[in-house]
Design a protein around this ligand. Structure first.
Ligand SMILES: [Zn+2]
Ligand SMILES: [Zn+2]
Length: 262
């Protein structure tokens, strides 16, 4: 029996003697079951009708995406560092060309997650590249397929190496996190997943409980997140959709956006 993958969010769920009828990630009010109903696929089927495309953002950062778009349609970001590479968030498809591409860049030393919407086929990725998966303990209940490589981290920050840290911001999910890379731009880079949603204008960012269902966060949460991000040095931010890149003015854009909320 194959593990089933939800076509609406891309999460892989373990196949058991009692197949899961509805995806628990999509039943949650931060996602949704499509009007057309719950449908499933698997890795073999995905490999037949989808490709993986890569795009270089700079010498140290590559974007990985499925073509045509699948599930939530997010990209994963591959961070290249001298001490080892990090995959920030994941995508459902894992095929030979993408394995070869990542290995040509030095493989993976870690997979780290912003939050449960992008867990997808993480165990396959971790097994292929023989690396740990960093997930904040606050989101443990959303891991439905917990493999041996999952490392739950706790508290405000998990340093990886060379000053690169996963920082727990909360908001969207209690474990929602960002990856902070201090050396990829003059003041530092933040990979935000959808802890923050970068608008198409690149002049606004949102932090919400649910993006597809437009459910806002309580004001106190926005104030807390605003204060937390104010302490962090960064100027560039990359979000979960392929066009969500804000260069050099990201902190100003975030602060203006959060002030406007308040
Ligand atoms: Zn789902
Ligand atoms: Zn999300």
């Amino acid at each position: 029996m194959k593990n089933q993958i939800c076509t609406a969010c891309g999460t892989q769920l373990p196949m058991s003697s009692k197949p899961i009828k509805l995806c628990p990630i999509c039943v949650d009010d931060r996602q949704y079951i499509p009007e057309t109903g719950q449908t499933w696929t698997d890795l073999d089927e995905l490999s037949k009708n989808h490709l993986m495309v890569t795009k270089k953002l700079n010498d140290h950062l590559y974007e990985l995406k499925m073509m045509p778009s699948f599930g939530i349609g997010q990209r994963a970001l591959l961070v290249i560092t001298p001490a080892g590479n990090i995959l920030w968030d994941c995508i459902s498809l894992l095929n030979e060309p993408i394995i070869e591409f990542i290995n040509s860049k030095g493989g993976l030393k870690a997979i780290a997650f912003s939050h449960p919407h992008y867990y997808t086929t993480m165990n396959e990725w971790a097994a292929t590249f023989n690396c740990p998966i960093y997930i904040h303990k606050n989101d443990e209940q959303w891991i439905f397929n917990k493999g041996d490589q999952v490392r739950l981290w706790e508290g405000a920050e998990q340093e990886l190496w060379d000053g690169i840290s996963i920082i727990n911001v909360g908001g969207h999910f209690p474990g929602s996190s960002i990856l902070h890379i201090p050396f990829l731009s003059p003041k530092g880079v933040v990979l935000c997943g959808d802890t923050f949603y970068i608008s198409p204008s690149k002049k606004h960012m949102a932090a919400m409980y649910s993006y597809p269902n437009r459910i806002p966060l309580p004001l106190e949460e926005i104030k807390r997140i605003k204060a937390l991000m104010h302490q962090l040095d960064f100027d560039t931010m990359h979000g979960f959709y392929a066009d969500q890149n804000v260069y050099l003015v990201a902190k100003e854009v975030l602060e203006t956006s959060m002030s406007r909320y308040v």
